[in-house]
Ligand binder design. Structure first.
Ligand SMILES: [Zn+2]
Length: 312
C-alpha cells in the first residue's frame, strides 16, 4: 500500500483514504474484541420427566447470567463469587425430546459471552395400576363438575402471576416428618382409560400434624376444593410454587409472607381422599415436578463453594 502511495500521486489521496478505512476496519475488532473469557457450563443436561436439576455457570469475575429456554426467561441466581445457577424442571408428562437453553454471561469488564446448553428430556416410567369398575361408578354430578371447574380456575389464577423475586434459599425442608410414599407420577387405568397422573408426593401424616412451609414464600391461595380439599399454595418466586392439600386447619392467611419452617396448617383428609395424608406438590415454570427434588437437588442460596461446577 505504501508503495502505491509513493508511485501514484494522482491516486494517493484515494489510496490514503482507503488505507485509513482498511486500518480502521482492522483496528475496530481489536478495540471491541469479544475475546471469549473462560466460562464453565454444561453443554448438555439430561433430565428425566418430572425431575429438576441445577444448571450452574461459572466464570471468574462473572457479574450476571441471563438465559432463555423455550421462549421463556430462565432466572439465574448468584450462588458464590463468579457462580450462578438456575433450576431447570421438566413436566412429568413431557415427551422425550431436545430443547436449548441460550445463556448470556456478562463479566465485570462488561464483556459478554454466549453459551448454549442442550436439554434432553428423558422418558421415565411411573407406577401404573389397572382397575375395572362398574360403569358409572365414579361418574361426577353436575354440582361436582362445577366445583372442579372452580378448583381449576382458582389454581390457574394462583399460578398466573409468579413473583419475579426469589424468596427461597436452600435448603428446602420436608413439610411433615413422614416419608413420601413414592407416589409421584402414579397413574391409574380405569376400565382401560388412562387417568391423570398423581402430581405430588403423598406423606402419610396423621390428622393434626403440623405442616411447615418448605421454604420462604408468599401464601397465594387458601381454599377448600373438591379434589384437593383444604389447600394452600406458596409462591416462592422465580416461577416456583409448592402446594399442600387435604389439610384440616389453616394457620396462615392468603397474602402473607411465611418463612421456612413456619407452621402454615394442620394436616387432615379433606377433599377426595381415602385416608389422612399430606399431598405435597411443586410447580416450576409451569412444569409439575417431584417436590422431593427440592430437598435433594438444590444448593442455591446455601453453597459458598464453586467446587460443584459441572465443567463443559
Ligand atoms: Zn396425593
Amino acid at each position: 500500500m505504501a508503495k502505491r502511495l509513493v508511485a501514484s500521486k494522482a491516486k494517493s489521496d484515494m489510496s490514503t483514504v482507503r488505507a485509513l478505512v482498511i486500518l480502521l476496519c482492522l483496528s475496530a475488532p481489536a478495540v471491541h474484541a469479544t475475546q471469549p473469557f473462560p466460562l464453565n457450563w454444561p453443554s448438555r443436561l439430561k433430565i428425566p420427566r418430572g425431575e429438576i436439576v441445577e444448571l450452574k455457570v461459572y466464570g471468574e469475575g462473572l457479574s450476571s447470567v441471563e438465559a432463555q429456554w423455550a421462549e421463556r426467561n430462565l432466572p439465574f441466581y448468584a450462588v458464590a463469587p463468579g457462580l450462578f445457577a438456575a433450576i431447570v424442571g421438566i413436566d412429568l408428562e413431557a415427551k422425550p425430546g431436545v430443547s436449548k437453553i441460550t445463556i448470556t454471561a456478562t463479566n465485570d469488564a462488561g464483556r459478554q459471552r454466549r453459551a448454549e446448553t442442550t436439554v434432553q428430556t428423558l422418558s421415565k416410567a411411573f407406577r401404573q395400576e389397572s382397575f375395572t369398575v362398574a360403569a358409572g361408578f365414579d361418574q361426577l354430578s353436575p354440582d361436582a363438575l362445577e366445583l372442579i371447574r372452580i378448583e381449576r380456575a382458582d389454581f390457574a389464577l394462583a399460578f398466573s402471576t409468579p413473583a419475579a423475586e426469589r424468596f427461597w434459599e436452600a435448603p428446602f425442608i420436608r413439610p411433615v416428618p413422614q416419608e413420601s410414599s413414592s407416589s409421584f407420577g402414579y397413574r391409574r387405568i380405569i376400565n382401560g382409560k388412562l387417568r391423570a397422573p398423581h402430581t405430588g408426593a403423598d406423606l402419610r401424616a396423621p390428622i393434626g400434624t403440623e405442616v411447615l412451609a418448605t421454604n420462604h414464600g408468599r401464601v397465594v391461595l387458601t381454599g377448600n376444593y373438591f379434589f384437593a380439599g383444604q389447600s394452600i399454595v406458596l409462591d416462592h418466586g422465580g416461577g416456583l410454587y409448592t402446594m399442600y392439600f387435604h389439610l384440616s386447619e389453616f394457620k396462615v392467611d392468603a397474602g402473607t409472607m411465611v418463612r421456612r419452617g413456619d407452621v402454615i396448617a394442620l394436616s387432615g383428609m379433606s377433599g377426595r381422599v381415602t385416608g389422612p395424608h399430606l399431598h405435597w406438590a411443586a410447580r416450576l415454570g409451569n412444569a409439575r415436578v417431584d417436590p422431593m427434588g427440592l430437598i435433594e437437588k438444590i444448593s442455591i442460596g446455601q453453597s459458598r463453594e464453586p467446587g460443584s461446577v459441572v465443567g463443559n
